[in-house]
Write a protein that binds this ligand. Structure first.
Ligand SMILES: Cc1cc2nc3c(=O)[nH]c(=O)nc-3n(C[C@H](O)[C@H](O)[C@H](O)COP(=O)(O)OP(=O)(O)OC[C@H]3O[C@@H](n4cnc5c(N)ncnc54)[C@H](O)[C@@H]3O)c2cc1C
Length: 491
């Protein structure tokens, strides 16, 4: 749900897709790679939330890097704008063309081959259109682990994950998407192919170019292939659901969990009771793992690559002892440990389905923010007060990746209020939340990026120096502004 959308659309190139261009594009990608009827284009010009609808002259679906390079070269020559798209699950509108867009959406969906798995070298080389879950499964078949994990993993694609520098529920241990990458191949806005597809852990040969493209949301080029890092597959996993005293207790629990688990904390997710209830209301098959007299819960998972051996306590033994200690310390009020895979899945389903549940509930407003981990309780207190001062009947359901200092500071509109009415408060609420985040040294976008939604917010909060550096890079790589124009930067 957008906080406050840009007040006016940015200027973007609007060179039309002529009959000759259509013919030329069709010749490159073939009939099955070219969609120009309104019905076929619809899913590619509408965002996952159903809130933004753009337009496009055509959707082009190339099947190889060479085809992408030819398409981009042609667009470069004719000033045609390109919106790269993966699974179209982004939550900031980055993959949705602006309504004035006359160029193409370039979908990576046909670039879905795993090119190499190197279990000994702990890496795999993949095309950008591979669905994240397929890659997790491929790694697992080789007894390896690809840690990137998020609620949209059944449909988001690795190129989109890298372009948004996605976070998810394993960042605490393994880092954001950019930390999982050894090498990239990218088609630049002039159609040139940059081959940085190296599987090197060490490579200090000048600027590390791959990091330019990760998190750039398709504004600097099209990621076509990647070499991803892999880890040993987890063999002993323990998932627990804790009712906790308050967010400060949650942080103290996490802080002590590192040593108690012998450095095996995989995930630590904070959920408010309101967030849990939202998921239980809308996601069929979910069950409440634990009801306690507290508004705060923690999903804590420990995992080790070492299988549990008979006679040893393993992860669950360590977790049991830890929870007993935390109960005694008064931080945990009650807790349950998943005894079966199904129970663990239920806990994860509640957490991962939050975006789906809030979409089903109705109009809302959400902020993906981060502050230093120890400042989370203060941010929650001050943030809730600031928002309620503007709209007292708003319904908060905060949750987040607490170990990353990342909160999804989310609100459903007051009962019965439609999106249009809620939008009248959105600008004031956005200013209040983002001013607070900034005053606390935090970030207005922790993991979802900027896209369309935060275009104006980025230029409001990043310094002139930072914006100038970003514009200089953009203009150097994409002087005609054809690559995902009007996203991230207005220019
Ligand atoms: C249910 C749900 C849960 C989610 N949970 C999380 C979460 O926990 N953490 C998180 O970070 N995000 C989360 N998201 C947001 C989203 O899934 C991520 O941003 C994801 O990384 C987007 O991948 P995608 O393939 O769908 O990209 P898209 O939405 O298609 O594109 C996203 C951006 O990347 C660009 N892009 C796509 N592919 C390429 C490419 N090959 N080269 C260059 N640019 C490209 C697009 O132009 C766009 O700007 C969630 C979304 C949903 C719907």
């Amino acid at each position: 749900m957008p906080a406050a959308l840009p007040t006016s659309p940015p200027a973007i190139p609007t060179a039309p897709l002529t009959a000759e261009m259509r013919q030329a594009l069709r010749a490159i990608v073939g009939e099955k790679g070219f969609i120009e009827d309104a019905h076929g284009k619809q899913p590619f010009v509408t965002d996952w939330r159903g809130l933004l609808v753009g337009s496009a002259g055509a959707v082009v679906r190339p099947g190889s890097t060479e085809e992408i390079a030819k398409v981009v070269r042609l667009c470069h020559e004719h000033g045609i704008a390109i919106v790269p798209q993966g699974g179209n699950t982004g939550l900031m509108g980055g993959a949705t063309p602006w309504p004035a867009h006359t160029g193409i959406v370039l979908s990576l969906g046909r670039m879905n081959r795993v090119l190499d798995v190197d279990p000994v070298g702990y890496s795999m080389t993949v095309e950008a259109g591979c669905v994240l879950q397929t890659l997790q499964e491929t790694a697992s078949e080789h007894d390896r682990f690809l840690p990137l994990s998020l609620g949209a993993q059944g449909s988001c694609m690795i190129g989109g994950n890298l372009s948004t520098n996605a976070g998810g529920v394993q960042v605490l241990r393994y880092g954001n998407a950019r930390n999982l990458v050894l090498g990239l191949e990218v088609v630049l806005p002039n159609g040139e192919i940059w081959d940085g597809l190296r599987a090197l852990k060490k490579d200090n040969t000048g600027y590390d170019l791959k990091h330019l493209f990760m998190g750039a949301e398709g504004t600097l080029g099209i990621i076509t292939k990647a070499v991803l890092k892999l880890w040993p597959a987890p063999k002993d996993v323990c998932t627990a659901w804790l009712a906790v005293r308050d967010p400060r207790a949650a942080l103290e629990i996490l802080s002590e969990a590192h040593a108690a688990s012998e450095d095996n904390v995989g995930s630590c997710e904070l959920l408010s009771r309101a967030a849990i209830d939202l998921a239980l209301r809308h996601i069929p098959g979910t069950q409440d793992p634990l009801k306690a007299d507290t508004p705060w819960y923690l999903l804590l998972e420990w995992s080790s690559a070492r299988p549990r051996r008979d006679g040893t306590e393993g992860m669950s033994g360590k977790m049991e002892q830890f929870l007993a200690d935390q109960l005694e310390a008064g931080r945990v009020l009650d807790a349950t440990i998943a005894q079966t895979f199904g129970q663990s899945r239920n806990m994860w389903r509640i957490r991962e389905a939050m975006a789906e549940a809030s979409r089903a509930e109705g109009p809302g407003i959400s902020f993906d923010v981060s502050v230093a981990i120890s400042k989370i309780p203060e941010f929650i207190d001050k943030g809730l007060k600031a928002v309620r001062d503007i709209l007292p009947t708003i319904r908060p359901y905060p949750l987040g990746h607490i170990g990353d200092g990342n909160l999804h500071f989310s609100f459903m509109g007051p009962k019965g209020m439609d999106q249009q009415t809620l939008n009248q408060y959105a600008a004031a609420i956005t200013r209040a939340v983002n001013d607070l985040v900034t005053s606390m040294g935090g970030s207005i976008s922790a993991e979802h990026g900027i896209g369309i939604d935060k275009l104006d917010e980025l230029s409001h909060y990043r310094s002139k120096t930072e914006l100038d550096i970003m514009r200089t890079i953009k203009r150097a790589l994409d002087p005609h502004n054809i690559m995902n124009p009007g996203k991230v930067l207005r220019l």
